[in-house]
Design a protein. Structure first.
Length: 432
């Protein structure tokens, strides 16, 4: 009996891309392919799902394509396909410059990719995926695209206008995930706050959460990427009513200076941001807040950067990421503002802001010493089990390390841990 042909899917960029790869993997699998979410030595076909959001991501995608193009030249792999955001934006240029690739496909062209492989799309499995994550957690992409007009962002140019998935479809998909053993579901979209407007004419994120909270196997439900403008405040009440919805919110704010927020076309100002944070913390006192800040946006003077630093120091976010502004083709910023801040200055500001956050993180972590937390074990090595609490999203947040000499634990199971020590971004605990 002939072995199944092997395919390796290499996913770059965000979790939204990962979900796309998982859906494709399932379709390939039901068509008789042996699919891996990483490179395997005897792979016949490689599919690269690219990111094209900012310059660093584009450079990583191009470098990855070139590396596999060279592997194809050397005969290590036989077929090479490229899909995703970079391919969506720069398909013509890529086709012209990288001849080794057998086909370039955009963000909504998985069926075309299957067709080129002489395969058929199975409607029966349109809600099913072959997970790239550990079996106990997954992501649920509730919408595609974005209707916001942020001046720096290329996502609407790549992914198009906002398109919500119906509640019924997401519920059915979630049931399938729960049956596969998923215990933690992380809701993602470019903007969770807008969910439902295009289908139902109103925000329906609270209704979706209420529905998902009834799935018994979901021990944790987490919300990522809530836009601060038009924030769905009803979600806070749903969080209070359902213990399996984590007291965790990811709200990218980008900046605090009124002039920059206006030029960024964020739809909010300094006062709005302060009121939003105050309201959330009043409603959910033990909320974990994650945000993202951008430094080096055109017009960010030293004074405006100092304003951002003071804001971060004052608010003390639990989790914070920093990006340097990247001028993207076709965006409002690229057309209207000169990218005049040197890259070295942008990096210095990013480093300085992260240094502030590092001290805040250490302070928060030290306050947890002696306390008890429920954790889920993600992975292990020779010395430690690596786990997370409700306050930690996969891949981006802190981890709680549990020495293996103390107890035998299992990946994907929940345990109670007492915190014994704290570092800048990690904690040390013992299972009890």
């Amino acid at each position: 009996m002939k072995d199944k042909p092997r395919v390796s899917i290499i996913t770059l960029g965000c979790a939204k891309n990962l979900v796309d790869s998982e859906f494709l993997a399932k379709q390939l699998n039901v068509n008789g392919y042996n699919v891996h979410h990483e490179l395997v030595t005897t792979t016949e076909t490689v599919i690269i799902n690219t990111c094209g959001f900012i310059n660093d991501a584009k450079e990583e995608s191009v470098e990855t394509i070139l590396n596999y193009a060279e592997a194809k030249n050397q005969g290590t792999i036989h077929n090479l396909y490229v899909m995703g955001c970079l391919s969506e934006r720069f398909k013509n240029q890529l086709e012209e410059e990288i001849k080794e690739v057998d086909g370039f496909f955009g963000v909504d062209e998985q069926k075309n990719l299957l067709k080129q492989l002489h395969l058929t799309y199975s409607q029966k499995y349109d809600k099913d995926r072959q997970l790239a994550t550990p079996q106990h957690y997954s992501y649920l992409k509730i919408a595609e695209g974005c209707n916001r007009k942020c001046s720096f962002c290329s996502i609407p140019l790549i992914r198009g206008r906002y398109k919500s998935e119906p509640i019924e479809k997401l519920y059915a998909e979630s049931l399938l995930l729960s049956k596969q053993g998923v215990k933690e579901i992380n809701l993602i979209a470019q903007d969770l706050s807008y969910y439902g407007y295009d289908i139902y004419g109103k925000q329906v994120l609270p209704e979706l959460l209420t529905k998902l909270a009834t799935i018994d196997n979901f021990h944790w439900i987490r919300l990522l990427y809530l836009y601060p403008d038009s924030f769905p405040f009803d979600v806070l009440e749903i969080m209070k009513e359902n213990k399996n919805i984590c007291n965790y919110l990811d709200i990218p704010l980008q900046h605090i200076n009124d002039k920059l927020l206006k030029n960024m076309r964020r739809g909010i100002n300094r006062k709005d941001i302060y009121e939003l944070i105050e309201h959330i913390r009043l409603k959910i006192p033990d909320i974990t807040l994650r945000t993202t800040m951008m430094v080096g946006y055109p017009g960010e003077t030293e004074r405006k950067f100092e304003e951002l630093k003071s804001f971060v120091q004052e608010i003390e976010f639990d989790r914070l990421g920093v990006f340097a502004y990247s001028e993207e083709e076709g965006t409002y910023s690229e057309k209207n503002f000169k990218d005049s801040i040197p890259a070295s200055v942008k990096q210095e500001r990013a480093d300085e802001l992260m240094q502030i956050q590092q001290e805040i993180s250490l302070k928060h972590n030290q306050s947890k010493i002696g306390k008890f937390f429920e954790v889920i074990v993600d992975r292990e090595d020779k010395e430690y089990y690596y786990s997370r609490s409700f306050a930690d999203a996969p891949d981006v947040d802190n981890e709680i390390l549990i020495p293996k000499k103390d107890k035998n634990l299992s990946q994907g199971n929940f345990y109670t841990v007492k915190i014994n020590d704290a570092y800048y971004y990690d904690l040390i605990g013992v299972a009890i």
